[in-house]
Structure formats: structure tokens, C-alpha cells
Design a protein around this ligand. Structure first.
Ligand code: NDP
Length: 452
């Protein structure tokens, strides 16, 4: 870490103790920005960096609800309204037992830069709860969502803050949240994205993050005159992002050979084709089962349970060309990165947010591989959320092809911005590119608005 970065981080860690994910996200961005700030002192004079790291507002609240046995449960709810310089706060809700203030601040911080890259007018936010939907009945999930919205509704709105889904928040949860908002406000507005298709949702929104991560990989490969055709791909996770990553890899002629959940992973050398993917979608989205059942059904595939004692995850230790981490933060450690680089991986496109630890990223940059960091590569989801907001305002619904075309155009534009700000000789440092491009757009708006 250089001295100015170290000095800045000292202030951040002192002011935000016990928030390691937030420190990690800030340090990565600040390391990219320091040389840029040296060139353009106006940002330092206006203390833009200090201001951009401080949420505009943090809301924390009690979420009481009653389970199927009649017992009272209490969870904690959050909404981080990080930055609204270029548009209403926008970012997902995460329901997972590991959710904490620091984790959501990291996600909200990343979201500010990501949303700026999309070319759409969206600020950054994130929220959620330590509620675990796993193993809960639909009735329990509904009661939890209603109680969560009983507090959230007063802080959000189509021109203020527009949440969406994330880990543990899919179509079912968005439906329950929207239903309660509509009841409390007595109005039908686009206050959440990821809505059902027959009540204001956009076509392609469920597909958008996974499709976008694959489009971004295709853009990176195009800089070397290559395509995804015939490429072997490692994919982690088996939720929303992973499923549609595999679908688009298949459509572009690649082959996905792995999928995982928090219990373990499957390896299928023949590839997860469209028939097997339909099985995974039914298994995960309807039956809410475990990925192990894939290997029970398809006997040529192997299942390896997760062993937390191991110093690496064997999912990342197979011969491949591309990696699409699509599960969660810090899922690729230094050893995992070493393993897949040794096995031939030279494209990493992050569907998940911050899935690579800093030491892994260091290796990608040293080896000058094609590395698309999450805030660029997974921006497709929030981009189509932005398009959902536009369609809601127009009271129109665009056809599938139109939304997909716009998504492709946006991923192309994000890639171009990364190239503009990240080109180093004949190689592109997409980390610096994404961080600086996102920063400039937000920072210039903040300068225009004065000290607010
Ligand atoms: P889902 O809840 O649909 O799926 C998450 C998947 O990751 C599941 O397979 C889950 O397994 C696995 N997973 C979650 N936590 C862990 C963990 N601690 N260890 C191992 N595996 C884990 O979420 P999404 O697909 O929506 O999100 C995946 C990632 O993509 C997240 O980082 C999210 O922030 C990011 N993202 C999502 C966007 C979206 O539009 N949905 C947009 C941009 C980024 P299990 O079921 O066992 O928990």
C-alpha cells in the first residue's frame, strides 16, 4: 500500500471499526484513484474521497415477525443510502445470516461506482437483513417481508430509493415486499425492480446479471480477437447469477463444467447443457434443493462437499479457460487464484460482488489476464433494473429483444469506459478503468452540487 493510501485507510478503519469488507472495498478503489487525484487536485480540495466513503444516510431497524410455530422472531433490517449525486439510490436487498452493517456498506459503496458505469441515472444503495430464508416456509418468508417493509416503506420511493434483489431475495421476496408497499402507500409505483412480468417487471431482468457477465467476458476476449466458442468455464454458485451465466455461456458456444452452493460443488466434464440447466433451475428455484442432487441425477458428474478446513476450494482447481465467480464475496483466495491460473484460466469475469481477495487480484494483474471486476462485469443486473424504472415511468413494456439489445449496448459501453481509463500500453487494467470511470462521473456531479 502506498503512503497516501495507507494514511487514508487509517482514517477509514478508525471511523468504521470492525467492517473488514468495507475497508477492503474502499482500499481497492482508493488505490486506483490516488494517481488520478494527483493529476486533478479539485477533487482533493472538495474532499470528494472523504465524502464518497461516508453514506448519506444509514437506516437500521428491528424486524419482528411470528413463525409457523407461533414463536416471535426478531431480525435486524438495514438500508444504506450511500450516494444520490447522479440519481435515486439504487441497489439490492440481501437476506442472509451473515448480513451486517459493514457488509452492506461495502456493497453500497461498490454500487455507487457500478451504477455510474451503467450510463443510467442511478445513485448507489444497498440493504437487507440477517434473516435466512433457507428452510423457511413461504408463509414465514411473507410475514418477514411484510414486517421488513412496514419500516422500509417510509424511506423508499420511485424518485428516492429503489431496492431490488440480491442473495436470498428473488422473485418470491420481491413480490411480498411490493405487495406490502402497495398496501401501505395505496399506490402502484416502480418502487422495487425485479418485479413479476405481469405487474411491472422487465423482460430480461432475471437473466441480466449473468448474461451481462458473459457479455463482458466476450468484450474482453474480443480485444484479443477471440470469442467464447469452445471455452471451458468454471462457474460458482447456482442461484440467479450462476444460472443465467451458464445459459449465456451455452448460447455463445462455451462449456460450463462446475456449479456450487454453500454445501459443495459439482464438476461435469461434459458440460452443464440446457437440459441439465433446466434441472438446476427447477431444483434451486422451485424445489429449493441442494446442488448435490445434480450428481445424484447425472452420474458422470462428481460432487465434492465443501471442506472449510482446506486451504483452497477444489472447484477452482480444474483445467479451464474462463472463471465466472457467481456466489459471494471473497470466495477466491490467493491459493485458488494460483490454482486456476496454473490450470490455464486467463479470463475472470465477476458475476458476484468482490469474489476475489486482494491477493488474488494482485496475481491477475501481475499475469495481465483479462480480469473484469464485479463493479463492471456484473453491472448488467442493475442496468436492466434501470431499464425497468424507465419502462415503469413510461407505463410501457419493451420486448425481450429490445431489452437484451440495450443490455448488450450497456455492457459494451462499460467495457469502453474501462478501456478509456484503464489502458496501460497494450493491456487494459480493468480495475483502475472501472474505478476511475465510475468515480469521475459521480465526483463531477458532487462538485456541481456544492457541499451537500
Ligand atoms: P442467489 O441467492 O440467487 O444465489 C447465491 C448462490 O451463491 C447460491 O448458490 C448460494 O448457495 C451461494 N452462496 C451464497 N453465500 C455463499 C457462501 N457464503 N458460501 C458459498 N456459497 C454461497 O444470489 P445471486 O445469484 O443473486 O447473487 C450471487 C452474487 O451475485 C452475490 O455476490 C450478489 O451480490 C451478486 N450480484 C447479484 C445481482 C443480481 O441481480 N441478483 C446483481 C449483481 C451482483 P446457498 O443456496 O447454499 O446459500
Amino acid at each position: 500500500m502506498s503512503d497516501p493510501v495507507q494514511a487514508f485507510m487509517k482514517g477509514i478503519t478508525a471511523k468504521n471499526p470492525a467492517e473488514p469488507e468495507f475497508h477492503q472495498a474502499v482500499e481497492e478503489v482508493v488505490s486506483s484513484l490516488m494517481p488520478y487525484l494527483d493529476k486533478y487536485p479539485k477533487y482533493r480540495e472538495a474532499k470528494i474521497l472523504e465524502r464518497i466513503c461516508e453514506p448519506e444516510r444509514v437506516i437500521m431497524f428491528r424486524v419482528p415477525w411470528v413463525d409457523d410455530k407461533g414463536e416471535v422472531q426478531v431480525n435486524r433490517g438495514f438500508r444504506i443510502e450511500m450516494n444520490s449525486a447522479i440519481g435515486p439510490y439504487k441497489g439490492g436487498l440481501r437476506f442472509h445470516p451473515t448480513v451486517s452493517l459493514g457488509m452492506l456498506k461495502f456493497l453500497a459503496f461498490e454500487q455507487v461506482f457500478k451504477n455510474a458505469l451503467t450510463t443510467l441515472p442511478m445513485g448507489g444503495g444497498k440493504g437487507g437483513s440477517d434473516f435466512d430464508p433457507k428452510g423457511k416456509s413461504d408463509n414465514e418468508v411473507m410475514h418477514f417481508c411484510q414486517s421488513f417493509m412496514n419500516e422500509m416503506f417510509r424511506h423508499i420511493g420511485p424518485n428516492t430509493d429503489v431496492p431490488a434483489g440480491d442473495i436470498g431475495v428473488g422473485a418470491r421476496e420481491i413480490g411480498f415486499l411490493f405487495g406490502q408497499y402497495k398496501r401501505l402507500r395505496n399506490e402502484f409505483t416502480g418502487v422495487l425492480t425485479g418485479k413479476g412480468r405481469n405487474w411491472g417487471g422487465s423482460l430480461i431482468r432475471p437473466e441480466a446479471t449473468g448474461y451481462g457477465a458473459v457479455y463482458f467476458a466476450a468484450e474482453m476476449l474480443a480485444t484479443r480477437g477471440e470469442t467464447l466458442k469452445g471455452k471451458v468455464c468454471l462457474v460458482s454458485g447456482s442461484g440467479n447469477v450462476a444460472q443465467f451465466t451458464v445459459e449465456k455461456i451455452n448460447q455463445l458456444g462455451g462449456k460450463a463444467v462446475t456449479l456450487s452452493d454453500s454445501s459443495g460443488y459439482i464438476y461435469d466434464e461434459a458440460g452443464v447443457d440446457s437440459k441439465k440447466l433446466a434441472f438446476v433451475m427447477e431444483l434451486k428455484n422451485v424445489k429449493r434443493g441442494r446442488i448435490k442432487e445434480y450428481a445424484d441425477k447425472y452420474k458422470d458428474a462428481t460432487y465434492t462437499p465443501l471442506d472449510r478446513e482446506r486451504d483452497h476450494n477444489p472447484l477452482w482447481n480444474h483445467k479451464a479457460d474462463c472463471a465466472f465467480p457467481s456466489a459471494t464475496q471473497n470466495e477466491i483466495n490467493a491459493k485458488d487464484a494460483e490454482n486456476f491460473l496454473k490450470n490455464g484460466v486467463y479470463v475472470v469475469s465477476e458475476g458476484a460482488n468482490m469474489p476475489s481477495v486482494p491477493e488474488a487480484i494482485g496475481q491477475y494483474l501481475d499475469k495481465r489476464i483479462l480480469y473484469g471486476p464485479g463493479k463492471a462485469a456484473n453491472a448488467g443486473g442493475v442496468s436492466v433494473s434501470g431499464l425497468e424504472m424507465s419502462q415503469n415511468s413510461l407505463r410501457l413494456s419493451w420486448p425481450r429483444e429490445e431489452v437484451d439489445q440495450r443490455l448488450q449496448g450497456i455492457m459494451k459501453a462499460i467495457h469502453e469506459q474501462c478501456v478509456t481509463y484503464g489502458k496501460e500500453g497494450d493491456w487494459v487494467n480493468y480495475v483502475n478503468g472501472a474505478n476511475v470511470a465510475g468515480f469521475v462521473k459521480v465526483a463531477d456531479a458532487m462538485l456541481d452540487h456544492g457541499v451537500v
